[in-house]
Design a binder for this molecule. Structure first.
Ligand code: NAP
Length: 275
């Protein structure tokens, strides 16, 4: 299933593929994911070796891929951002990124410098859109303000069933601005509720009603709103197949109530969690 990415009219699969800690063992899975429509691929200069694997996976089919990479804050000076982007393009063997993100806010380089470089990259055709990651609403507003002629298209943030803090303030704010919210670590980085736990049993109950699996229920839930996308990482073809089956069906009100009971969202706004 695809939807408009933020305020753009680019149709992007709601379930994509992450590549953190992915080496060559993930190549077959990545390629299979693309075949199955998981063509939104997330990487970063920080994920040593992953951009090279992505380059191999997308070779010959770049125009089918929605490709995202990130600059680390320590490289995010004006010149550093330009250099980092060129290096990512080289490793990815492509001449453009669909979105380029500031990986997180550290304050080590002035945001105005990072965003000035981002706008230059757009003007040069090296990136189509500018995004951010791990920014709370206040930093997101500051990043947007630093741009003179562009709009931030997405904010990539931690979002899984046991970490629902963004639902209070960040998601509604992003929706009000038509900013896509790309949830990372949808399986809690391997910390998915075991089948015999209370939470695992709740997911199993919902899954069996739909003929789906607990992980498919989780991914479906994490993409249930119009702003939401998710990027599970998997290096195993059988897992990629499972993840690809997470969309094109709908959780009903009873399912959503069961999820809220098993995975209660925090009662009020919380500081943004990070990986
Ligand atoms: P994740 O996707 O929550 O979990 C990955 C783990 O889940 C892997 O151990 C994977 O194992 C397993 N898995 C995936 N699908 C499965 C399935 N169907 N059944 C069983 N196990 C399954 O963790 P993540 O890698 O942290 O997050 C996803 C992506 O988000 C990253 O790869 C990265 O691209 C992005 N990210 C961004 C930030 C940021 O700061 N912007 C931070 C963290 C992550 P197998 O490989 O064996 O399938």
């Amino acid at each position: 299933m695809k939807r408009d990415f933020g305020w753009t009219d680019i149709k992007v699969p709601v379930v994509g593929q992450g590549t953190w800690k992915m080496g060559r063992e993930g190549l077959e899975a990545l390629r299979l994911g693309i075949e199955l429509g998981l063509s939104h691929i997330d990487t970063a200069e920080m994920y040593t070796g992953s951009e090279e694997v992505v380059a191999e996976a997308i070779r010959g089919r770049r125009n089918e891929i929605f490709l995202v990479s990130k600059v680390v804050p320590s490289n995010a000076s004006y010149k550093g951002t330009l250099r980092a982007c060129d290096a990512s393009l080289k490793r990815l063997k492509t001449d453009y990124l669909d979105v380029y993100l500031l990986h997180w806010w550290s304050g080590s380089e002035p945001i105005a410098e990072t965003m000035r470089a981002m706008e230059e990259l757009v003007a040069a055709g090296k990136i189509r859109h500018i995004g951010v990651s791990n920014l709370d609403v206040s930093h997101l507003k500051q990043a947007q303000k630093a741009l003179t002629r562009s709009r931030i298209v997405c904010n990539q943030v931690l979002y899984h069933l046991r970490s629902r803090g963004i639902e209070h303030g960040l998601v509604p704010y992003c929706e009000s601005q038509d900013i896509a919210v790309v949830g990372y670590s949808p399986f809690g980085q391997g910390d998915f509720p075991p089948a015999n736990s209370k939470q695992g049993k709740a997911l199993e109950k919902i899954a069996s009603r739909h003929g789906k699996t607990p992980r498919q229920v989780a991914l479906n839930f994490l993409t249930r709103r119009k702003s939401l996308f998710t990027i599970p990482k998997s290096s195993r073809p059988e897992h990629v197949r499972e993840n690809a089956g997470a969309t094109n069906w709908k959780l009903d009100d009873e399912d959503l109530k069961l999820i809220d009971t098993a995975f209660p969202p925090p009662a009020k706004d919380e500081p943004l969690d990070m990986f």
